[in-house]
Write a protein that binds this ligand. Structure first.
Ligand code: CP
Ligand code: NVA
Length: 305
């Protein structure tokens, strides 16, 4: 199987990510001018969701339609996966019928097994370990507002989760630094951290992590699949809300991002997420444009418009 996949951000080089950011801008500008761009006519995307989604699903489905193709949505419960069909067999079958597949699932090993048996590109739409489509859109959003992220400092406040892990991968590829502040017991996975050594620093105090940052970002205290830990997490993260005091530690022109969905009064104060430094709505919209660029690249390769 020789298809190119997007299972982790590090599947792409800095050059490929730069190309995708350029394509995202081009595709977004055309879309804003209501100019049709349909390089994926007669192409099909299959989406497999084993967890809930608003942004990822709408961005992929609307994006695929806008590019001239169609998207098929498969929830786990509607498929034979729920009755024990092996993921390898599902991959073999689906990939004979469509041109590209997106999967949102639990362990990264599940998507790796799918990709190993797929004839067509596979996109990670979120796993317990990574969320590369999110960080593609987030970094594009940073570039749109502030220019290159190389050499900048991103403060991560909260859980050492899938979104945090992907920020660390991005820092290693694109040459910036992440200040990570997690409560004890919720640190970055040691193996993932080791692969990104030199590109992040850990802090016990989130205020210190935010000091001098160009971007402050956080995420839910309890990710999908970890609901049983919710009560313990509410206690552990109680002092980890990004509020106006925390934002004042960062640079005066620092941006605030959150992948959404957000819980005001938990991981972020309303005054921050609804305040002037927040770019969360641009970030969410850019999921559409960045994922269209990703689909175009995986199905068509590099194009010269
Ligand atoms: N940020 C994100 O992936 O949102 P959804 O869970 O709604 O897709
Ligand atoms: N870390 C969150 C992100 C949701 C988009 C989760 O995995 O539930």
């Amino acid at each position: 199987m020789t298809a190119k996949h997007f299972l982790q951000l590090k599947d792409f080089s800095a050059g490929e990510l730069g190309y995708l950011f350029d394509r995202t801008r081009w595709i977004k500008e055309r879309f804003k001018r209501y100019e049709a761009y349909q390089p994926l006519r007669d192409r099909t995307l299959a989406m497999v969701f084993e967890k809930a989604s608003t942004r990822t699903r709408v961005a992929f489905e609307a994006g695929m339609n806008q590019l001239g193709g169609i998207a098929i949505n498969l929830n786990r419960g509607d498929t034979q996966l729920s009755r024990g069909e092996p993921i390898e067999d599902v991959a073999r079958v689906i990939s004979r019928m469509v041109d590209v597949v997106m999967i949102r699932t639990f362990e990264q090993s599940i998507i790796e097994r799918f990709a190993a048996h797929s004839r067509v590109p596979v996109i990670n739409g979120l796993t317990n370990e990574y969320h590369p489509c999110q960080i593609l859109a987030d970094i594009y959003t940073y570039v749109e507002h502030r220019g290159s992220i190389a050499g900048r400092t991103v403060a991560w406040v909260g859980d050492g989760n899938n979104v945090c892990n992907t920020w660390l991968e991005a820092a290693a590829i694109l040459g910036f630094t992440v200040h990570v502040a997690t409560p004890p017991g919720y640190e970055v996975n040691a193996q993932i951290g080791a692969a990104c050594r030199g590109h992040y620093q850990t802090y016990a105090d989130p205020m210190e992590a935010c000091h001098g940052a160009d971007l402050v970002t956080t995420d839910v205290w309890t990710s999908m699949g970890f609901e049983a830990e919710n009560a313990a997490r509410q206690r552990a993260f109680a002092d980890w809300m990004v509020d106006a005091d925390m934002m004042r530690q960062a640079k005066p022109d620092a941006l605030f991002m959150h992948c959404l969905p957000a819980h005001r009064g938990e991981e972020v104060a309303a005054e921050v997420i609804d305040g002037p430094q927040s770019v969360v709505w641009d970030e969410a919209e850019n999921r559409l444009h960045a994922q269209k660029a990703l689909l175009e690249y995986l199905v068509c390769g590099r194009v010269n418009p």
